[in-house]
Design a protein around this ligand. Structure first.
Ligand SMILES: Nc1ncnc2c1ncn2[C@@H]1O[C@H](COP(=O)(O)OP(=O)(O)OP(=O)(O)O)[C@@H](O)[C@H]1O
Ligand SMILES: [Mg+2]
Length: 646
C-alpha cells in the first residue's frame, strides 16, 4: 500500500505491527489520521479481518467519523468494522454475549441516572442512612467501580459515607434483581468476567487481532485494565497527547499514558512533531501557553504554515461579545466565502451558549449547538418552564404532564388512570386532575401533594417570571429534586447555572407570558437550524476534543470561567489548586488548537452583570503572536492598544 499523505514518522507508526506502539504527540499532528490509516493498512496490506480489529474512540461521533474515513480508504462499508467503538459500547457488546455468567440475561437494562438515584434512595432508607449521603454515595460508587477494584478502593479511602460497603452491595443486588446494570457496570463486569473466566479472556484475546486506542491520555484505570486483559503480545497501538488530558475529574489517569513504555517494555515510541492542522502562529502560541504547566512530557511541535496573528478582543459584556463574534462570522462568510460549518465558537460551560444563541438569531446567522443539548432543551429549563406554562395556560397538557410527578408526588400509573377517567373533550389534563381530586378518588400522598401543586400553580400565575422561577426552585422543591437527579456534582452545578441564567433572562421580561413566548421562539429557530446541516458550530471546550475548524472563536476567556472558579481552590486545603489550574490550562490548549487558519480569543468586562477580568492564560501567550484590542477605559488613563498588558 502506498502511504499517501503520511509523513515518514506517521508511516513508521502504521507499519510497526510486531511490537506495541505509542504515538505521543501534540494536537493536530495527525494521531487520529495515523490510527485510521493503520486500520486500513492492517486490512489491506496485512490481511487482517476488519471484524477482528478493535479500535477505541473517545466518542460515538468520533467512531462514526473513523468508519466513514475507513470506507473511503478501503471501500468497505461501516458494518464491516463492528469493533470501531467507544470503550462503553465495545464492552456492552461483550457483556451481552457473556451476561449469563454474572446472572444477567438479554435484554439487559441500562439504568439511567435518575433511575440510579431512585434505587439508591431506597437503599439508604432501607439501611437507615441519612439521605444527605445520597449524592456522595452515588459518586463514591461510580468512582469505586471506575477504579477497577471497588472493594480495595473503598478500603483505601477514608469514606465520607457511613457503611458505604453495605450500600454498595445492596445497590448492586437490586440492580441485578432487576436484570439491570449501570453505566459503570458495563466496564466493570466485563473486567470481572475476563478475570474470572480465563477461557472468555482467551476468546476475546484471540478475537481481536489488533487493538488501537485514540485519546489514550483520557482513559481511566478500569479502561486501562480491560485493555491490558485483551491485548496479546504486541498487537496494540495507542495514540494520545498528555497536553490534552481534560477528563481527570472523571477519573481519567494520564499516568497510564506516561508510563506506557514501562508497562509495555520493548514498545516503539513514535513522536510526531509537525502539526498539519494549524498555522505556526497558533501552534507557537498554544505551545507557549502549555509550557506553563509543570506536569508534562516534553514535546517539540511546529507548523510550516504561515498565518496571521491571533486576534484577542475585549468586549463590554456577554452580549457585545456574542454580537461581535456573530458579525465576524458574517464577514468570513460574505467576504471570504468561508462556509458556516467551517466556523466554531467554543466556550467553557454550556451556560455561555445562551448569549450566542440570541446574537446569532438576531443577526440571522445559522448555528448548531454541538454535543450538549441546547440550553432550552436541557431538562431543568424545560421542567421549570413547564411550571410557568401550567400556571398560565392550564390547557397545555404536555406541560402539565411533564410536571405532575416532578418532583415526585407519588403519582403513579394508578393515579393517572383515575385522572384520565375524568377527561372528556374540552377537559384538559389539569382540569381532569383537579376534578379527580375533588371527587375524592385520589387518596393518600398523591392527594395531598396534588392539592399543594394546585395551590402552587395559582401562586405562580400571579408572580413575575423571576419570582416564579425562584418559587419553583424553593417552595416547589425543584432544587432538591435536581440535586438528586444530577449525575454528579459537576452536573448539578451546571444545571444550577442554567437555572441562574434562565432567571437572568426572566428578570428582563415584564410578565410570564411574554417571557415564555421569548423562550419558545428561540427554541423554534434552533430546531430549524438543527435540521439543516449548515451552521456555525457552538460547543464547549470539552465537546471540541479531536475536532478542527478553519475559523475558531475561543470565547469567555475570563478568570473564573477559564480557569473555572471551581478548579481554582482545593476544597480540603483551601490552597490554590495547582493541578486544577493545570487541567484548565490543558483545556485552553485543546480549545486553541482546534483552529486551522484563524484564531480569535474574546472576553467580556462584565458577564451576567458581574465584573470580570481577562484570564491569566491570555497573558501567558507571548505578545508577538497576538493583536490585542482592549476597550479604552475612561478615567483610568488612555490605554495604548499595544501596551495595555497588565
Ligand atoms: N502527513 C500529513 N499530511 C497532510 N495532512 C495531514 C497529515 N497528517 C495529518 N494531517 C491533517 O492534519 C489535521 C490533524 O490531524 P489529526 O486530526 O489526525 O490530528 P490529531 O493529532 O489526532 O489531533 P488532536 O490531538 O487534536 O486529536 C487533519 O486535517 C489531518 O488530515
Ligand atoms: Mg485526534
Amino acid at each position: 500500500m502506498e502511504m499517501v499523505g503520511l509523513s515518514p514518522e506517521q508511516e513508521k507508526a502504521v507499519r510497526c505491527t510486531s511490537s506495541p506502539v505509542i504515538v505521543a504527540a501534540g494536537a493536530g499532528s495527525g494521531k487520529t489520521r495515523t490510527l485510521t490509516a493503520k486500520i486500513a493498512y492492517l486490512v489491506k496490506e496485512c490481511g487482517y479481518s476488519p471484524q477482528r480489529i478493535l479500535a477505541i474512540t473517545f466518542t460515538n461521533k468520533a467512531a462514526d467519523e473513523m468508519k466513514s474515513r475507513l470506507r473511503a480508504m478501503t471501500g468497505l462499508d461501516e458494518e464491516a468494522f463492528p469493533w470501531v467503538r467507544t470503550f462503553h459500547s465495545a464492552c456492552f457488546r461483550i457483556l451481552k454475549q457473556e451476561c449469563h455468567r454474572v446472572g444477567l440475561e438479554r435484554p439487559i437494562s441500562v439504568r439511567s441516572d435518575s433511575q440510579q438515584t431512585t434505587i439508591l434512595k431506597g437503599v439508604l432508607l432501607e439501611l437507615n442512612v441519612d439521605k444527605k449521603y445520597l449524592q456522595p454515595a452515588k459518586w463514591l460508587i461510580s468512582m469505586a467501580k471506575n477504579s477497577g477494584d471497588p472493594y480495595a478502593f473503598m478500603e483505601s479511602k477514608k469514606m465520607s459515607v457511613p457503611g458505604i460497603r453495605g450500600i454498595y452491595d445492596r445497590y448492586n443486588e437490586i440492580l441485578r434483581s432487576q436484570n439491570a446494570v449501570d453505566f459503570d457496570d458495563i466496564l466493570l463486569l466485563v473486567k470481572e468476567i475476563m478475570q474470572k473466566w480465563p477461557d472468555v479472556r482467551r476468546h476475546y484475546q484471540e478475537l481481536f487481532d489488533y487493538i488501537l486506542v485514540d485519546e489514550f491520555q483520557d482513559s481511566n484505570r478500569l479502561q486501562n485494565d480491560i485493555m491490558e486483559l485483551l491485548v496479546r503480545n504486541g498487537n496494540l497501538t495507542v495514540v494520545g497527547d498528555d497536553y490534552q488530558s481534560i477528563y481527570t475529574f472523571r477519573g481519567a489517569e494520564p499516568r497510564f499514558f506516561l508510563t506506557f513504555p514501562e508497562s509495555f517494555p520493548g514498545c516503539s515510541i513514535v513522536k510526531l512533531e509537525q502539526n498539519y492542522r494549524s498555522t505556526s502562529t497558533i501552534v507557537s502560541a498554544s505551545n507557549a501557553l502549555i509550557a506553563h504547566n509543570r506536569m508534562k512530557m516534553e514535546k517539540r511541535c511546529y507548523s510550516l504554515k504561515e498565518g496571521p496573528p491571533i486576534l484577542a478582543k475585549e468586549l463590554f459584556d456577554e452580549r457585545d461579545e456574542a454580537e461581535w463574534i456573530a458579525h465576524k462570522c458574517r464577514e468570513y462568510f460574505s467576504g471570504h466565502g468561508i462556509p458556516w460549518h467551517d466556523m466554531a465558537v467554543l466556550y467553557r460551560t454550556r451556560f455561555c451558549s445562551k448569549a450566542f444563541e440570541e446574537a446569532f438569531r438576531k443577526l440571522r446567522i445559522p448555528y448548531r449547538i454541538v454535543g450538549a443539548r441546547g440550553f432550552y432543551e436541557s431538562k431543568e429549563i424545560q421542567d421549570i418552564n413547564a411550571y410557568l406554562v401550567s400556571a398560565v395556560n392550564p390547557r397545555d397538557d404536555l406541560a402539565f404532564e411533564r410536571i405532575i410527578n416532578v418532583p415526585r408526588r407519588g403519582v403513579g400509573a394508578g393515579t393517572l388512570k383515575k385522572i384520565n377517567s375524568f377527561r372528556s373533550p374540552g377537559t384538559s389534563l389539569q382540569d381532569a386532575c383537579w376534578l379527580a381530586l375533588q371527587s375524592g378518588t385520589i387518596t393518600g400522598k398523591a392527594a395531598a401533594e396534588l392539592t399543594q401543586l394546585k395551590e402552587h400553580l395559582s401562586v405562580i400565575a400571579g408572580l413575575s417570571p423571576k419570582e416564579a422561577i425562584s418559587f419553583v426552585m424553593d417552595k416547589v422543591g425543584y432544587e432538591s429534586y435536581l440535586q438528586e437527579y444530577a449525575r454528579d456534582r459537576e452536573d448539578f452545578i451546571n444545571r444550577l447555572e442554567n437555572v441562574e441564567l434562565l432567571t437572568y433572562v426572566a428578570s428582563k421580561s415584564s410578565g410570564i407570558e411574554e417571557f415564555l413566548e421569548e423562550c419558545a421562539l428561540i427554541r423554534e429557530e434552533q430546531d430549524e437550524d438543527q435540521d439543516g446541516k449548515e451552521g456555525v458550530k457552538l460547543m464547549t471546550f470539552h465537546a471540541a476534543k479531536g475536532l478542527e475548524f478553519r475559523i475558531v472563536f475561543v470565547a469567555g476567556v475570563e478568570e473564573g470561567l477559564i480557569p473555572h472558579w471551581r478548579s481554582l481552590f482545593d476544597e480540603d486545603s483551601l490552597q490554590e489548586n495547582i493541578k486544577g489550574v493545570e487541567e484548565e490550562r490543558r483545556l485552553m490548549y485543546v480549545a486553541m488548537t482546534r483552529a486551522i487558519e484563524r484564531l480569535h480569543i474574546t472576553w467580556a468586562l462584565s458577564r451576567q452583570g458581574r465584573f470580570c477580568k481577562p484570564s491569566r492564560f491570555l497573558w501567558e501567550i507571548p505578545e508577538e503572536f497576538i493583536i490585542l484590542e482592549r476597550i479604552e477605559q475612561k478615567g483610568r488613563g488612555c490605554y495604548d492598544h499595544h501596551h495595555a498588558r497588565r
